[in-house]
Write a protein that binds this ligand. Structure first.
Ligand SMILES: [Zn+2]
Length: 250
């Protein structure tokens, strides 16, 4: 296998395997997971197609964002990317009968996001080389994974908590946008001011701290909540306090 293709695809496969194997109670059907993954790939294609069309017609909707790291991160990456992932997730999964447990929302959101990350990663790695592949395997791909865990967590909360549905659905869109936007803002700022040693040191520390925090939030959403009903599991508990499901089984 081509080493560039391998380094592009391997982190995606590892993270998909990790989330799939964590869904221990009732595994999601393979066909539906594949469909959701390909729709994630389609998100990347649609975004590429859109920038191609913009180039042809000469109208750039987000041109105003070009010179600011914050605006660029939010308007050219976080909002369109997380927005389209969210729309596909909603369209394919919200009313699907397989979406019957809290953890399913996280599983499907990760499959959409990894479809996107897979196509984006192949494009970046084939133009940037093996070193780009290593950096993206450690940072960008896990980043997309964690934004999806956050999206899926709120998506499921919205589905199974009818009382606060509207607010939670907005959270399922806005929280990953915020995480993704801040992540990219730090990346773009590091690129802009990378040469200034003092500032680049501060930015690197901030970026590492932000990554650690994202992992903490993501792993908490995966491990500290009941996979069936989403209730928080207190430390040392054997059963879910809400649905009484054995924690070891989930
Ligand atoms: Zn439970």
């Amino acid at each position: 296998m081509d080493p560039l293709l391998m380094i592009s695809v391997l982190p995606v496969i590892i993270l998909l395997g990790y989330i799939y194997l964590n869904d221990k109670n009732e595994r999601e059907p393979f066909g539906l997971l594949l469909k959701v993954f390909f729709c994630g790939c389609l998100v990347a294609v649609l975004i590429l197609l859109w920038s191609f069309i913009e180039g042809i017609i000469g109208i750039h909707l987000t041109e105003f964002a070009e010179d600011s790291a914050v605006l660029k991160s939010f308007f050219q990456a976080a909002i369109p990317e997380e927005g389209l992932k969210f729309l596909f997730l909603y369209w394919l999964i919200w009313n699907n009968k397989e979406f019957n447990e809290h953890f399913d929302g996280i599983v499907y959101a990760v499959f959409v996001s990894m479809g996107f990350a897979c196509v984006e990663n192949i494009l970046y790695v084939f133009s940037g080389g093996f070193e780009t592949g290593i950096v993206r395997a450690v940072l960008a791909v896990p980043g997309h994974f964690l934004f999806a865990v956050i999206m899926g967590y709120f998506f499921s909360r919205a589905r199974f908590t009818p009382m606060h549905r509207g607010r939670l659905l907005w959270m399922a869109f806005l929280c990953p946008v915020l995480a993704h936007g801040l992540y990219d803002t730090l990346c773009f700022t590091m690129e802009m001011y990378g040469e200034m040693s003092g500032l680049s040191y501060v930015l690197s520390v901030l970026f590492i701290a932000f990554n650690v925090k994202l992992w903490q939030i993501g792993l908490k959403a995966i491990r500290n909540h009941c996979h069936i009903c989403g209730a928080k599991i207190p430390k040392g508990e054997i059963n879910c306090p809400c649905c009484k499901q054995l924690v070891e089984e989930i």
